[in-house]
Design a protein around this ligand. Structure first.
Ligand code: SAM
Ligand code: SF4
Ligand code: SF4
Length: 340
Protein backbone atom coordinates (compact mmCIF):
# COMPACT_ATOMS: atom_id res chain seq x y z
CA UNK A 1 0.00 0.00 0.00
CA UNK A 2 1.31 3.43 -0.90
CA UNK A 3 -0.32 6.54 0.48
CA UNK A 4 0.74 9.64 -1.48
CA UNK A 5 0.55 13.27 -0.41
CA UNK A 6 -0.39 16.23 -2.63
CA UNK A 7 3.14 16.24 -4.12
CA UNK A 8 3.05 12.45 -4.74
CA UNK A 9 5.44 11.81 -1.84
CA UNK A 10 4.85 8.42 -0.21
CA UNK A 11 4.36 7.82 3.51
CA UNK A 12 7.42 5.65 4.13
CA UNK A 13 9.63 6.97 6.84
CA UNK A 14 8.72 7.54 10.49
CA UNK A 15 10.91 9.06 13.18
CA UNK A 16 9.79 8.03 16.62
CA UNK A 17 10.89 10.11 19.58
CA UNK A 18 10.89 8.13 22.82
CA UNK A 19 11.72 10.99 25.19
CA UNK A 20 12.12 14.76 25.12
CA UNK A 21 14.86 14.61 27.76
CA UNK A 22 18.54 14.86 27.00
CA UNK A 23 21.82 14.46 28.85
CA UNK A 24 23.58 17.06 26.65
CA UNK A 25 22.68 20.69 25.95
CA UNK A 26 23.92 21.28 22.42
CA UNK A 27 24.04 24.99 21.74
CA UNK A 28 22.34 24.49 18.34
CA UNK A 29 19.47 22.45 19.78
CA UNK A 30 18.94 23.11 23.51
CA UNK A 31 20.64 26.43 24.27
CA UNK A 32 18.39 27.51 27.15
CA UNK A 33 19.07 26.99 30.85
CA UNK A 34 15.67 25.49 31.61
CA UNK A 35 13.15 23.37 29.80
CA UNK A 36 9.68 22.15 30.60
CA UNK A 37 9.45 18.39 30.11
CA UNK A 38 6.46 16.51 28.80
CA UNK A 39 4.32 15.15 31.65
CA UNK A 40 4.96 11.45 32.35
CA UNK A 41 1.35 10.39 31.88
CA UNK A 42 1.39 11.76 28.34
CA UNK A 43 4.39 9.67 27.25
CA UNK A 44 3.43 6.71 25.08
CA UNK A 45 4.19 3.27 26.49
CA UNK A 46 6.21 0.84 24.35
CA UNK A 47 3.02 -1.09 23.58
CA UNK A 48 1.34 2.11 22.41
CA UNK A 49 4.32 3.00 20.22
CA UNK A 50 4.37 -0.49 18.70
CA UNK A 51 0.65 -0.23 17.97
CA UNK A 52 0.98 3.16 16.23
CA UNK A 53 3.98 1.90 14.26
CA UNK A 54 1.84 -1.10 13.25
CA UNK A 55 -0.79 1.24 11.83
CA UNK A 56 1.88 3.20 9.97
CA UNK A 57 3.45 0.05 8.52
CA UNK A 58 0.01 -1.08 7.34
CA UNK A 59 0.00 2.15 5.30
CA UNK A 60 3.41 1.67 3.69
CA UNK A 61 5.95 2.87 6.25
CA UNK A 62 8.91 0.51 6.19
CA UNK A 63 11.60 2.62 7.86
CA UNK A 64 11.57 3.67 11.48
CA UNK A 65 14.24 5.65 13.27
CA UNK A 66 14.20 5.93 17.05
CA UNK A 67 15.26 9.33 18.29
CA UNK A 68 14.61 11.99 20.91
CA UNK A 69 15.78 14.00 22.97
CA UNK A 70 18.31 11.37 23.81
CA UNK A 71 16.66 7.99 23.15
CA UNK A 72 19.06 6.00 25.34
CA UNK A 73 17.69 7.84 28.37
CA UNK A 74 14.41 5.96 27.95
CA UNK A 75 14.47 3.03 30.35
CA UNK A 76 14.55 -0.49 28.90
CA UNK A 77 14.70 0.85 25.35
CA UNK A 78 15.75 -2.59 24.09
CA UNK A 79 12.24 -3.84 24.95
CA UNK A 80 10.76 -1.38 22.46
CA UNK A 81 13.23 -2.49 19.82
CA UNK A 82 12.25 -6.11 20.37
CA UNK A 83 8.58 -5.22 19.87
CA UNK A 84 9.32 -3.23 16.69
CA UNK A 85 11.76 -5.79 15.28
CA UNK A 86 8.95 -8.35 15.40
CA UNK A 87 6.98 -6.30 12.83
CA UNK A 88 7.68 -8.05 9.49
CA UNK A 89 6.73 -4.97 7.49
CA UNK A 90 9.62 -2.96 8.90
CA UNK A 91 12.60 -3.25 6.56
CA UNK A 92 14.74 -0.79 8.45
CA UNK A 93 15.03 -0.07 12.16
CA UNK A 94 17.59 2.59 13.06
CA UNK A 95 18.49 4.85 15.96
CA UNK A 96 20.11 8.26 16.35
CA UNK A 97 21.95 8.91 19.61
CA UNK A 98 24.46 11.31 21.08
CA UNK A 99 26.43 8.20 22.09
CA UNK A 100 26.93 9.09 25.76
CA UNK A 101 25.20 5.91 26.98
CA UNK A 102 26.16 3.56 24.16
CA UNK A 103 28.91 1.78 26.07
CA UNK A 104 26.29 0.34 28.40
CA UNK A 105 23.64 -0.35 25.76
CA UNK A 106 25.15 -1.05 22.33
CA UNK A 107 25.24 -4.84 22.60
CA UNK A 108 21.76 -5.17 24.07
CA UNK A 109 20.29 -2.89 21.38
CA UNK A 110 21.94 -4.92 18.64
CA UNK A 111 20.65 -8.16 20.13
CA UNK A 112 17.16 -6.66 20.40
CA UNK A 113 17.04 -6.19 16.62
CA UNK A 114 18.36 -2.68 15.99
CA UNK A 115 19.86 -2.65 12.51
CA UNK A 116 21.65 0.68 12.19
CA UNK A 117 23.08 3.30 14.52
CA UNK A 118 23.90 6.92 13.84
CA UNK A 119 25.98 8.70 16.46
CA UNK A 120 26.10 12.49 16.53
CA UNK A 121 29.69 13.67 16.79
CA UNK A 122 30.47 17.31 16.08
CA UNK A 123 34.02 17.58 17.37
CA UNK A 124 37.08 15.65 18.50
CA UNK A 125 38.25 18.41 20.79
CA UNK A 126 37.26 18.15 24.47
CA UNK A 127 37.16 21.97 24.76
CA UNK A 128 34.93 22.39 21.70
CA UNK A 129 32.72 19.56 22.95
CA UNK A 130 32.32 21.35 26.27
CA UNK A 131 31.47 24.58 24.46
CA UNK A 132 29.04 22.98 22.00
CA UNK A 133 27.37 20.28 24.09
CA UNK A 134 27.86 22.02 27.43
CA UNK A 135 28.79 18.77 29.15
CA UNK A 136 32.16 17.02 29.49
CA UNK A 137 31.34 13.75 27.76
CA UNK A 138 33.49 13.47 24.64
CA UNK A 139 35.37 10.49 26.08
CA UNK A 140 32.12 8.61 26.68
CA UNK A 141 30.89 9.37 23.16
CA UNK A 142 34.10 8.07 21.57
CA UNK A 143 33.96 4.96 23.76
CA UNK A 144 30.32 4.55 22.73
CA UNK A 145 31.25 4.63 19.05
CA UNK A 146 33.82 1.92 19.72
CA UNK A 147 31.18 -0.10 21.60
CA UNK A 148 28.82 0.18 18.62
CA UNK A 149 31.57 -1.15 16.38
CA UNK A 150 32.27 -4.01 18.75
CA UNK A 151 28.57 -4.86 18.92
CA UNK A 152 28.74 -5.61 15.20
CA UNK A 153 26.26 -3.18 13.69
CA UNK A 154 26.54 -3.66 9.94
CA UNK A 155 26.28 0.08 9.40
CA UNK A 156 27.57 2.88 11.57
CA UNK A 157 27.14 6.53 10.66
CA UNK A 158 28.47 9.66 12.33
CA UNK A 159 26.54 12.93 11.97
CA UNK A 160 28.31 16.25 12.44
CA UNK A 161 26.50 19.60 12.48
CA UNK A 162 29.05 22.04 11.08
CA UNK A 163 28.96 25.55 12.50
CA UNK A 164 31.18 28.38 11.35
CA UNK A 165 33.49 29.58 14.06
CA UNK A 166 32.72 26.57 16.28
CA UNK A 167 33.88 23.33 14.65
CA UNK A 168 34.43 24.14 10.96
CA UNK A 169 38.18 23.76 11.43
CA UNK A 170 37.57 20.04 11.99
CA UNK A 171 36.13 19.03 8.62
CA UNK A 172 39.11 16.83 7.75
CA UNK A 173 39.81 15.58 11.29
CA UNK A 174 36.25 14.30 11.61
CA UNK A 175 36.49 12.52 8.28
CA UNK A 176 39.80 10.91 9.23
CA UNK A 177 38.32 9.79 12.52
CA UNK A 178 35.26 8.29 10.79
CA UNK A 179 37.56 6.38 8.44
CA UNK A 180 39.59 5.08 11.35
CA UNK A 181 36.50 3.56 13.00
CA UNK A 182 34.96 2.26 9.77
CA UNK A 183 32.00 4.67 9.92
CA UNK A 184 30.46 6.88 7.24
CA UNK A 185 30.51 10.56 8.14
CA UNK A 186 27.69 12.89 7.22
CA UNK A 187 28.15 16.62 7.56
CA UNK A 188 24.92 18.45 8.39
CA UNK A 189 24.31 22.10 7.61
CA UNK A 190 23.24 24.07 10.67
CA UNK A 191 19.44 24.41 10.51
CA UNK A 192 17.11 26.98 12.01
CA UNK A 193 14.89 24.32 13.53
CA UNK A 194 12.65 25.11 16.48
CA UNK A 195 14.87 25.33 19.53
CA UNK A 196 17.88 26.67 17.62
CA UNK A 197 17.30 30.15 18.99
CA UNK A 198 20.92 31.14 18.39
CA UNK A 199 20.87 30.28 14.70
CA UNK A 200 22.10 33.01 12.34
CA UNK A 201 22.59 32.68 8.57
CA UNK A 202 26.26 33.64 8.92
CA UNK A 203 26.89 30.58 11.12
CA UNK A 204 25.89 28.17 8.36
CA UNK A 205 28.77 26.38 6.65
CA UNK A 206 27.22 25.56 3.29
CA UNK A 207 27.63 22.35 1.36
CA UNK A 208 29.48 24.33 -1.34
CA UNK A 209 32.00 25.65 1.21
CA UNK A 210 32.45 22.23 2.78
CA UNK A 211 33.20 20.68 -0.61
CA UNK A 212 35.59 23.49 -1.51
CA UNK A 213 37.55 23.08 1.71
CA UNK A 214 37.63 19.30 1.51
CA UNK A 215 38.83 19.46 -2.09
CA UNK A 216 41.64 21.82 -1.07
CA UNK A 217 42.85 19.16 1.34
CA UNK A 218 42.06 15.89 -0.44
CA UNK A 219 41.98 16.77 -4.14
CA UNK A 220 39.17 15.97 -6.55
CA UNK A 221 35.87 14.91 -4.96
CA UNK A 222 33.36 12.94 -7.03
CA UNK A 223 29.62 12.73 -6.38
CA UNK A 224 28.44 9.14 -5.85
CA UNK A 225 25.78 8.44 -8.48
CA UNK A 226 22.80 6.73 -6.88
CA UNK A 227 19.04 6.90 -6.84
CA UNK A 228 17.88 7.56 -3.30
CA UNK A 229 15.34 9.51 -1.27
CA UNK A 230 17.84 9.80 1.58
CA UNK A 231 18.58 13.41 2.51
CA UNK A 232 22.37 12.97 2.36
CA UNK A 233 24.11 13.42 -0.94
CA UNK A 234 27.16 11.21 -1.00
CA UNK A 235 30.63 11.98 -2.29
CA UNK A 236 33.87 10.07 -2.79
CA UNK A 237 37.43 11.12 -2.02
CA UNK A 238 40.28 10.08 -4.34
CA UNK A 239 41.18 7.26 -1.90
CA UNK A 240 37.64 5.84 -2.15
CA UNK A 241 36.32 7.14 1.18
CA UNK A 242 32.63 7.93 0.95
CA UNK A 243 30.94 10.65 3.01
CA UNK A 244 27.61 12.48 2.94
CA UNK A 245 26.39 16.05 3.20
CA UNK A 246 22.89 16.91 4.37
CA UNK A 247 22.34 20.38 2.90
CA UNK A 248 18.96 20.96 4.54
CA UNK A 249 19.52 24.70 4.83
CA UNK A 250 20.98 25.77 1.48
CA UNK A 251 19.49 22.99 -0.66
CA UNK A 252 16.41 21.49 0.99
CA UNK A 253 15.11 18.13 -0.18
CA UNK A 254 11.42 18.71 0.58
CA UNK A 255 10.30 17.58 -2.86
CA UNK A 256 11.25 13.98 -2.15
CA UNK A 257 10.57 14.02 1.59
CA UNK A 258 8.79 10.88 2.78
CA UNK A 259 9.32 11.36 6.51
CA UNK A 260 7.15 12.36 9.39
CA UNK A 261 7.66 12.48 13.12
CA UNK A 262 5.93 11.07 16.17
CA UNK A 263 6.74 12.77 19.47
CA UNK A 264 7.13 10.92 22.76
CA UNK A 265 3.64 12.07 23.75
CA UNK A 266 2.04 10.90 20.53
CA UNK A 267 1.82 14.08 18.45
CA UNK A 268 2.35 13.40 14.76
CA UNK A 269 4.01 16.07 12.61
CA UNK A 270 4.13 15.79 8.85
CA UNK A 271 7.07 18.21 8.59
CA UNK A 272 9.98 19.20 10.81
CA UNK A 273 8.77 22.80 10.64
CA UNK A 274 5.03 22.14 10.94
CA UNK A 275 3.37 24.28 13.60
CA UNK A 276 0.33 22.02 13.87
CA UNK A 277 0.41 18.33 14.65
CA UNK A 278 -2.16 15.57 14.97
CA UNK A 279 -2.78 14.11 18.39
CA UNK A 280 -2.51 10.34 17.92
CA UNK A 281 -2.26 9.71 21.66
CA UNK A 282 -5.90 10.58 22.18
CA UNK A 283 -6.87 8.32 19.28
CA UNK A 284 -4.75 5.50 20.73
CA UNK A 285 -6.36 5.91 24.12
CA UNK A 286 -9.89 6.05 22.68
CA UNK A 287 -11.91 3.11 21.41
CA UNK A 288 -11.16 3.91 17.74
CA UNK A 289 -10.74 0.78 15.62
CA UNK A 290 -7.53 0.05 13.69
CA UNK A 291 -9.38 0.93 10.48
CA UNK A 292 -10.48 4.32 11.81
CA UNK A 293 -6.98 4.95 13.10
CA UNK A 294 -5.42 4.05 9.75
CA UNK A 295 -7.91 6.19 7.83
CA UNK A 296 -7.14 9.22 9.99
CA UNK A 297 -3.41 8.89 9.26
CA UNK A 298 -3.90 8.13 5.56
CA UNK A 299 -6.27 11.03 4.96
CA UNK A 300 -3.97 13.43 6.83
CA UNK A 301 -1.03 12.30 4.71
CA UNK A 302 -3.02 12.68 1.48
CA UNK A 303 -3.61 16.34 2.33
CA UNK A 304 0.06 17.01 3.16
CA UNK A 305 1.60 19.90 1.22
CA UNK A 306 4.46 20.77 3.62
CA UNK A 307 7.77 22.04 2.28
CA UNK A 308 9.04 23.65 5.46
CA UNK A 309 12.75 24.01 4.68
CA UNK A 310 12.04 25.33 1.18
CA UNK A 311 9.72 27.93 2.65
CA UNK A 312 12.43 28.91 5.12
CA UNK A 313 14.97 29.23 2.29
CA UNK A 314 12.70 31.69 0.51
CA UNK A 315 12.95 34.08 3.46
CA UNK A 316 16.19 35.90 2.93
CA UNK A 317 18.46 36.96 5.80
CA UNK A 318 16.19 35.27 8.26
CA UNK A 319 16.75 34.76 11.97
CA UNK A 320 15.84 31.67 14.00
CA UNK A 321 12.51 30.09 12.95
CA UNK A 322 11.04 30.44 16.43
CA UNK A 323 12.15 32.74 19.21
CA UNK A 324 11.93 31.91 22.91
CA UNK A 325 8.41 33.31 23.30
CA UNK A 326 7.01 31.26 20.45
CA UNK A 327 8.71 28.15 21.85
CA UNK A 328 7.31 28.81 25.32
CA UNK A 329 3.81 28.90 23.80
CA UNK A 330 4.35 25.78 21.70
CA UNK A 331 7.20 23.65 23.09
CA UNK A 332 6.40 20.95 20.53
CA UNK A 333 8.22 23.15 18.01
CA UNK A 334 11.51 22.32 19.72
CA UNK A 335 13.73 19.85 17.90
CA UNK A 336 14.39 17.82 21.04
CA UNK A 337 10.61 17.32 21.47
CA UNK A 338 9.83 16.79 17.84
CA UNK A 339 12.52 14.18 17.33
CA UNK A 340 15.57 15.08 15.29
N1 SAM B 1 20.03 13.27 20.94
C1 SAM B 1 20.24 12.50 19.78
C2 SAM B 1 21.41 13.00 18.98
O1 SAM B 1 21.87 14.11 19.23
O2 SAM B 1 21.86 12.26 18.12
C3 SAM B 1 19.03 12.36 18.88
C4 SAM B 1 18.15 13.58 18.73
S1 SAM B 1 18.94 14.98 17.93
C5 SAM B 1 17.66 16.18 17.97
C6 SAM B 1 19.00 14.38 16.26
C7 SAM B 1 19.94 15.09 15.34
O3 SAM B 1 19.48 16.42 15.16
C8 SAM B 1 21.37 15.19 15.83
O4 SAM B 1 22.24 14.61 14.88
C9 SAM B 1 21.61 16.66 15.93
O5 SAM B 1 22.92 17.00 15.61
C10 SAM B 1 20.61 17.21 14.93
N2 SAM B 1 20.30 18.62 15.17
C11 SAM B 1 19.81 19.18 16.29
N3 SAM B 1 19.70 20.51 16.14
C12 SAM B 1 20.14 20.80 14.89
C13 SAM B 1 20.28 22.00 14.13
N4 SAM B 1 19.96 23.18 14.65
N5 SAM B 1 20.76 21.91 12.87
C14 SAM B 1 21.08 20.71 12.35
N6 SAM B 1 20.96 19.54 13.00
C15 SAM B 1 20.51 19.59 14.26
FE1 SF4 C 1 22.24 17.54 21.42
FE2 SF4 C 1 20.65 15.53 20.52
FE3 SF4 C 1 20.42 16.47 22.98
FE4 SF4 C 1 19.69 17.99 20.94
S1 SF4 C 1 18.73 16.10 21.55
S2 SF4 C 1 20.83 18.62 22.78
S3 SF4 C 1 21.21 17.39 19.43
S4 SF4 C 1 22.23 15.48 22.13
FE1 SF4 D 1 10.50 17.13 4.80
FE2 SF4 D 1 9.57 19.28 6.07
FE3 SF4 D 1 12.18 18.60 6.23
FE4 SF4 D 1 11.14 19.59 3.94
S1 SF4 D 1 11.34 20.64 5.90
S2 SF4 D 1 12.52 17.83 4.14
S3 SF4 D 1 9.10 18.66 3.98
S4 SF4 D 1 10.43 17.42 7.03
Amino acid sequence: MNVLDTLQRPLRNLRVSVTDRCNLRCAYCMPEEQYKWLPKRSILSFEEIARVVGVFTSLGVDKVRITGGEPLLRRELANLLRLLAANPKLADLALTTNGVLLVEQARELREAGLKRVTVSLDTLSPETFRALARRDDLGRVLAGIQAARDAGFPELKLDAVMIKGANDGELCDLLEYAKSVGAELRYIEYMDVGGATRWRPEHVLSRAKMLERLAQHYGRIEPVREVSTAPAERFRLPDGTVFGIIASTTSPFCRSCDRSRLTADGMWYRCLYATVGINLRDVLRSDASETEFAELIASSWRSRADRGAEARLAELSRGASAGREKLAQNPHLEMHKRGG
